[in-house]
Design a protein around this ligand. Structure first.
Ligand code: B12
Ligand code: SF4
Length: 470
């Protein structure tokens, strides 16, 4: 008999809205196992926001669960006894979700020691040694730091055995173009509430990794790997079908790739998939350097197939900080070029979602430079309207940089070469987030150039400039 398998997405207590985007990792693994004859369920945990303490207290009492079973859905108070219904429980974990994942593994180890536990996702990828060395009562049987497809199949087939310690299964395929499209569950997607250009939107990705090398970002060290065009097409068709089943007469799509618009021929190919599947609006990320380099050649195929917004990491208006970030693989990138890229997009009828950060070495003049850049962007007109007839507006996002393990800035901080900065040792992964409630950020620092309050006041001001809609 096949084992009973459950994937768990732990709660995101710090997020403003837990149902903007779905966490896709378990859905890629679910369809892959299905292809090999194994069914599985997915448990989406989320904070019970009617409880006052849900943010600080990591406990079952302030959690709810959405259980997606084959053909049925249960939405109820969290009941950890549910784990006894399964033989294998696999957690998909990003760093801020780690405390919740540990709460559940502790419970399973105590009450159901026969259940096999697995942890995968970006937390074990970048914090492998701390996950591998968790105290016995929290320990996972298997730790999967890289690709999950083959290790999960090995576990399910019983090709690998549990030990008294955490067994690490590392697999990193050069190519990912044979994997199936992720599962798409209507009951979950019905709850998602993200809009692009006034239309309901779902998201997907077409590639992993990034060709650029920003020092604050883990993806800067990951090779770019691309899913097959057929697989992406199938995924888009599945999403389009669910939009229709939900009665969304017009529909939008977002590509969450690290860098989604890479070059003109790749954008043309994506644009074709978007329009063939009947999407009315779409959004993707790109790099300012690519807009400056390719201009209309990059943007026209996007905009003529409903492309309305692009997300671009501008990071800072301070040239000193931009130089330190290494935004362009060792080559100089100027702040003026970033602004120019925004204006080129705006003239072509595309609104820009600009991401900026506050860096712990910045003084008042660095902060002022970024604030001025943001003010110029937010007041710049976009040459188009959205699907509700409103003028399209640029958007700004101001976060405080968090040096995650797996980034060059983290390594520099450890070596003491990151100016004015000391980060907390043995940091609680639950505080590792840079965008959450009220647009605020976690605080991983022991020392910074200016006091925390100064940075947070600037962040609040910048975020107050955001437009009401996107
Ligand atoms: C889309 C996205 C989001 C979306 C959706 C969340 C999601 N996880 O899908 C949103 C906007 C909500 C989001 C939020 C955040 N994100 Co984000 N996000 C991404 C992004 C761009 C794509 C995720 C994705 O779909 N990947 C595709 C799937 C196939 O990859 P995967 O999830 O890693 O799964 C594979 C393996 O990890 C493994 N695996 C995954 N789960 C499991 C489970 C088991 C049992 C097994 C065996 C294997 C396994 O198998 C899969 C196939 O190989 C990634 C970067 C990237 N390219 O991965 C960043 C990324 C995951 N995000 C990151 C961060 C920092 C955040 C935030 C903290 C930002 C913030 N707000 O402060 C929050 C955290 C939210 C949370 N859940 O706690 C970091 C994570 C760093 C870390 N140490 O965990 C990443 C790596 C980006 C980066 N380079 O900085 N994110
Ligand atoms: S910040 Fe963006 S462009 Fe830079 S390495 Fe990360 S994903 Fe790539």
């Amino acid at each position: 008999m096949n084992p009973r398998i459950l994937f768990v997405k732990p709660a995101d207590r710090f997020l403003e809205n837990e149902f903007s985007y779905q966490q896709l990792g378990p859905h890629y693994l679910q369809s892959y196992l299905q292809q090999h004859g194994y069914e599985s369920d997915i448990l989406i945990c989320y904070a019970d926001r009617s409880k006052n303490n849900y943010e600080e207290v990591v406990a079952f009492e302030n959690l709810r669960m959405l259980l997606l079973k084959n053909g049925s859905t249960i939405d109820a108070e969290m009941n950890p006894e549910i784990f006894s219904d399964y033989d294998i429980v696999g957690f998909s974990v990003m760093s801020p979700q780690a405390p919740d994942a540990y709460l559940m593994s502790r419970y399973i180890n105590l009450h159901y020691p026969n259940v096999t536990t697995v942890i995968g996702g970006s937390h074990p990828r970048y914090y492998l040694s701390s996950v591998q060395n968790l105290p016995r009562e929290i320990r996972f049987n298997f730790v999967v730091p890289q690709d999950g497809w083959l290790p999960m199949l090995q576990i399910v087939r019983g090709d690998v055995t549990k030990k008294s310690y955490s067994v690490v299964l590392t697999d990193s395929q050069k190519k990912i173009d044979t994997y199936p499209a992720p599962t798409r569950n209507k009951a979950l997607m019905e709850r998602l509430s993200y809009e692009i250009s006034g239309l309901p939107a779902f998201h997907t990705i077409t590639a992993l990794g990034c060709p650029f090398t920003c020092n604050f970002c883990e993806s800067g060290r990951e090779n770019t790997r691309i899913f097959s065009k057929e697989m992406v097409n199938e995924d888009l068709a599945n999403m389009a079908r669910i939009h229709e089943e939900l009665g969304n007469s017009k529909k939008a799509l977002m590509f969450f790739d690290d860098v989604g618009l890479l070059n003109p021929s790749q954008v043309e190919s994506l644009a074709m998939l978007v329009s063939n599947n009947g999407f009315d609006a779409w959004r993707a990320f790109t790099h300012a350097y690519l807009i400056n380099r390719f201009k209309e050649k990059l943007l026209i195929p996007f905009v003529t197939t409903g492309g309305k917004r692009i997300g671009v990491g501008l990071e800072t208006g301070s040239q000193k900080t931009l130089d330190l970030i290494n935004k362009r693989n060792g080559k100089k990138q100027f702040v003026e070029e970033h602004l120019e890229a925004v204006f080129i997009a705006n003239e072509n009828g595309i609104a820009v979602d600009t991401f900026t950060m506050i860096f712990p070495w910045e003084d008042e003049s660095d902060l002022d430079a970024t604030t001025s850049m943001i003010e110029a962007i937010i007041s710049h007109p976009v040459n188009a309207v959205d699907h509700l007839g409103r003028p399209l507006r640029n958007y700004v996002d101001s976060t405080i940089m968090s040096p995650y393990q797996g980034t060059n800035f983290y390594d520099m901080a450890m070596l003491g070469t990151l100016p004015f900065t000391k980060i907390k040792p043995n940091i609680d992964p639950g505080t590792l987030w840079y965008k959450g409630h009220g647009g605020g950020s976690g605080w991983p620092y022991l020392e910074t150039r200016l006091p925390r309050e100064v940075y947070e006041d600037v962040q609040k001001y910048r975020n107050s400039l955001r437009s009401e809609y996107r």
